[in-house]
Design a protein around this ligand. Structure first.
Ligand code: CNA
Length: 296
C-alpha cells in the first residue's frame, strides 16, 4: 500500500465541462445500469460510530498522542510494527468486528446487490461492516485486508484468527512457531502488497463498469485510489463525500460525466435513493435490519 501518488495522468489531460446531472444519473441507475462498482473508505462507517483517519478533530490520526508515534501513519507501517506492535494492537481492539453495526449507507450498497446491479464493492475498511450488511463474498474486495484471517508477517504461515484475537485482547502477542515472526490479523499495512484479488477484480471490472460510486474516502491511499482514475473517461462517476477528493471536482479532470454530492454520507445516500425512487425500500430495509426508524 502506498500513499499519495500524484495524478500525472491528469496533468496531461484535456479539460471537459461536466454536464451530467444527479437526476440523469439516478434515472440511468434505476433503468439501465447493471454493473455498478462502489469504492468506499472510513467515511462509510463514521455514522456507525467508527472514527475515520483524516477528519479534523475526530479522526484517528488526530488522537494518537498517547502512542508517541514518529508520524500518524506509523500505526499502520509494517517496519514500525516490527519494532513496536503495541499501538496497532491497541487500535485493533477498538476496530475488531463485533462492536459496531452497519448503517443506511451500507444498506444502500446491499440494495444495489439485491437489485442485481452491484458488480463489485471495493472497501478499504477493516471493520467488517460490509459482510455484516450482507454483501456477498464474491462481490466484496477487502482491499486493505481483514481481521477474519491472520498470518506471520515474516514467513506468512497462517494462524487461527480466533486465537490471534484472543491473544490481542489478553494483551499478549502471538509469535510464529516456525520463524519467530510476529503474527497479526491480515490487515494490509503501508509497505505491504494488497491482496491479489484486488488486481484480479480491477482488471476485469474496469472493462465492464457502467457507473462508479465513490463514498466516504479521501482517495489518499494508493493503489486503492488508482481504481477511480483508470476507467474510460466517459464512465459516469458519483462521489458521495463531505469534501471533493481525488480527481473529482478538479478543473483538469478528463472525466466527462462526474456528479458530486458534497454532503454527509447519510444525507447524500438519502438524496440519491429518493432521486432513484428507492427511498421507501431502503428505509424499510434499514429499519428492519437496524431496529431503528430512519427519519424521512
Ligand atoms: P480517510 O482518509 O480518513 O478519509 C475519510 C473520508 O471520508 C474523508 O474525505 C472525510 O471527509 C469523509 N467522511 C468522513 N465521515 C463522513 C461522513 N459522515 N459523511 C461524508 N463523508 C465523510 O479514510 P480512507 O478510508 O480514505 O483512508 C484509507 C484508510 C483508512 C484505510 O487503510 C482504512 O483501513 C482506514 N480506516 C478504516 C476504518 C474502518 O475500517 N472503519 C476506520 C479508520 C481508518
Amino acid at each position: 500500500m502506498l500513499k499519495k501518488i500524484p495524478f500525472l495522468l491528469l496533468l496531461q489531460a484535456r479539460c471537459f465541462s461536466t454536464k451530467f446531472t444527479l437526476k440523469e444519473l439516478a434515472g440511468q441507475l434505476r433503468d439501465n445500469y447493471k454493473n455498478v462498482v462502489v469504492m468506499v473508505g472510513a467515511g462509510l462507517s463514521t455514522p456507525s460510530g467508527i472514527p475515520d483517519f483524516r477528519s479534523p478533530d475526530s479522526g484517528v490520526y488526530n488522537n494518537l498522542q498517547k502512542y508517541n508515534l514518529p508520524r500518524p501513519e506509523a500505526m499502520f507501517d509494517i517496519h514500525y510494527f516490527q519494532k513496536n506492535p503495541l499501538p496497532f494492537f491497541d487500535l485493533a481492539r477498538e476496530l475488531y468486528p463485533g462492536r459496531y453495526k452497519p448503517n443506511l449507507a451500507h444498506y444502500f450498497i446491499y440494495l444495489l446487490q439485491q437489485k442485481g446491479k452491484l458488480l463489485r464493492l471495493y472497501t478499504q475498511n477493516i471493520d467488517g461492516l460490509e459482510r455484516l450488511a450482507g454483501i456477498k463474498e464474491d462481490i466484496l474486495v477487502e482491499a486493505h485486508g481483514t481481521f477474519s484471517t491472520a498470518s506471520c508477517i515474516k514467513c506468512k504461515k497462517k494462524y487461527d484468527p480466533d486465537e490471534v484475537k484472543r491473544d490481542i485482547f489478553n494483551n499478549s502477542i502471538t509469535i510464529c512457531d516456525h520463524c519467530q515472526g510476529i503474527v497479526k490479523p491480515d490487515i494490509v499495512f503501508f509497505g505491504e502488497e494488497l491482496p491479489k484479488r484486488f488486481d484480479d477484480c480491477a482488471d476485469s471490472d474496469t472493462k465492464k463498469t457502467d457507473l462508479l460510486i465513490v463514498m466516504g474516502t479521501s482517495l489518499e491511499v494508493y493503489p486503492f485510489a488508482w481504481l477511480a482514475d483508470v476507467l474510460p473517461f466517459n464512465t459516469p462517476r458519483l462521489l458521495l463525500n463531505r469534501e471533493e477528493v481525488g480527481s473529482f471536482g478538479i478543473s483538469i479532470s478528463p472525466y466527462t460525466a462526474d456528479v458530486v454530492i458534497k454532503n454527509d454520507i447519510i444525507d447524500g445516500v438519502k438524496l440519491l435513493a429518493k432521486e432513484v425512487g428507492w427511498w421507501d425500500e431502503l428505509k424499510l430495509l434499514t429499519d428492519e435490519k437496524t431496529n431503528i426508524n430512519v427519519p424521512d
